[in-house]
Design a protein around this ligand. Structure first.
Ligand SMILES: Nc1nc2c(ncn2[C@@H]2O[C@H](COP(=O)(O)OP(=O)(O)OP(=O)(O)O)[C@@H](O)[C@H]2O)c(=O)[nH]1
Ligand SMILES: [Mg+2]
Length: 424
């Protein structure tokens, strides 16, 4: 209970703990201005030493905190707890909706690139460089002969693109049977059949997230390992839902790093959306609790909570997700209404064990696969669909607010494997 009522954290002290030498440096604008280059670039290439050190540094410390977690759950039913929040429906450090911020929380890289075009061309242009489209695209653009060698090459290309052995074997053996039955006149017909089978694999999971307007606030909890794009996805969702006319609030539940709070606040400012935060090292569950209470008091339609990235193998940190869920459930037994796991599309087969562990800890109800632009192999989406059948809600195809697409099985397969390939 101690940390829950500590509504305002000493900002200078928090900055000092984080190793930041600037005085008074939890100032949002200063951090937001400093933010775009460092963490974004680190997340994009995954090799930034400073970021790795920061993550490693906070990991052990927070694992210890998370291990203590269940003892400090806020009590919604206690008179004290209720009064503390209801007396002050505006959380201590809520950033009021503001006009578009001067500092967009995008990496310098993102600012150079245009947003992806709407519709299929946007998907295609962004996924063209993926491992999947290079491997299989190269194969078909050589106008190959329809024979067993072609099927073997397809098999290798699918496995290399992270589709996974089981899904690949299923696909290829089915195509082989059909080829032997003389169903295909040429390689072009085989390509069409492969495309159709890939679409059929994804169609059952291409279920968009529907915000239930009867449930207010509709609570979305985002989870995932470090650097996969959770906060960026929340920023993109904030833009999307705001444009759709929903009243929004964001909760800065990643309290491990001061910059993480500032990153979400910058997205909030940019989209004119309120962000509930308690500063670095606050209890993540108490931030979520505060935020839900504030969102209820304000009649907000959608509350999206950020969480710190955590390795799926860190048991203490994984247990903290369960605590966040339980605490939300004290205010609304049906919350969270969506546990959205963000998966980095470049991760490969490791994404399967990530999803298994996060699902066990937090009951994942939807997925966002990010970074499908660039070098992602893309095939892991098929493996995830086949193994779990959990809905894939969105695809991240760039760093700009507009670069989040409702997941569409046909547009995705079309981008990876354009029909015209067979015309070469
Ligand atoms: N190319 C590309 N980059 C993305 C995409 N989504 C996120 N990123 C980048 O990935 C990096 C990490 O994104 P964050 O949103 O900070 O990731 P996170 O999961 O919140 O990270 P932690 O909070 O540290 O766990 C940033 O540089 C983002 O710009 C995407 O769809 N495509
Ligand atoms: Mg984050």
């Amino acid at each position: 209970m101690v940390s829950f009522f500590r509504r305002k954290k000493d900002k200078d002290a928090a900055a000092g703990e984080s190793g930041d030498t600037r005085k008074g440096s939890l100032d949002i604008e200063a951090l937001a201005a400093a933010f775009p280059k460092a963490p974004s670039a680190a997340g994009a290439d995954g090799n930034d030493d400073e970021r790795a050190a920061a993550d490693a540094g906070t990991g052990a410390e927070n694992e210890a905190r998370a291990d203590e977690a269940p003892a400090t759950e806020p009590e919604a039913t206690g008179a004290g707890a209720g009064a503390a929040v209801l007396d002050d429906p505006t959380p201590a450090e809520t950033v009021a909706p503001a006009p578009v911020a001067a500092t967009p929380p995008l990496s310098s890289n993102a600012q150079d690139k245009p947003a992806a075009a709407p519709g299929k061309p946007g998907w295609r242009e962004r996924l063209r460089g993926s491992g999947f489209s290079r491997g299989l695209g190269g194969l078909f653009s050589r106008n190959p002969k329809l024979d067993d060698d072609l099927l073997d090459e397809i098999e290798t290309a699918l496995i290399t693109a992270d589709v996974g052995v089981t899904a690949t074997t299923g696909l290829v053996e089915h195509l082989r049977k059909r080829m032997k039955a003389r169903e295909f006149a040429d390689a072009r017909a085989l390509l069409a059949a492969l495309r159709a089978e890939l679409v059929a694999l994804l169609e059952p999971v291409a279920k968009p997230l529907v915000i239930d307007t009867a449930t207010r606030p509709f609570v979305i909890l985002t989870v995932g390992v470090n650097g996969v794009g959770k906060t960026t996805t929340i920023g993109k969702l904030a833009r999307r839902y705001k444009d759709e006319g929903h009243g929004l609030m964001l909760a800065a539940g990643d309290t491990f790093r001061a910059a993480a709070v500032a990153q979400l606040q910058a997205w909030g400012e940019r989209n004119g959306v309120a962000v509930v935060a308690q500063g670095q090292n606050a209890d993540a569950a108490s931030v979520a609790f505060d935020a839900l209470q504030a969102a209820k008091a304000r009649g907000v339609d959608v509350l999206i909570a950020d969480t710190a990235g955590r390795l799926h193998t860190q048991q203490g940190l994984m247990a903290e997700l369960g605590k966040i869920k339980r605490v939300l459930g004290k205010l609304d037994p049906t919350a969270p209404h969506e546990v959205l796991m963000v998966i980095d599309g470049t991760t490969g087969q490791n994404a399967l064990s990530q999803l298994r562990q996060f699902h066990a800890a937090a009951g994942v109800t939807g997925l966002v696969v990010t970074k499908l632009d660039g070098s992602a192999k893309g095939g892991v989406v098929f493996a995830l669909a086949r193994e779990f059948g959990i809905p894939i809600r969105y695809a991240g195809i760039g760093e700009r607010p507009e670069d989040l697409r409702v997941f569409d099985a046909e547009a995705f397969v079309d981008a990876l494997l354009p029909d015209e390939l067979g015309n070469a």
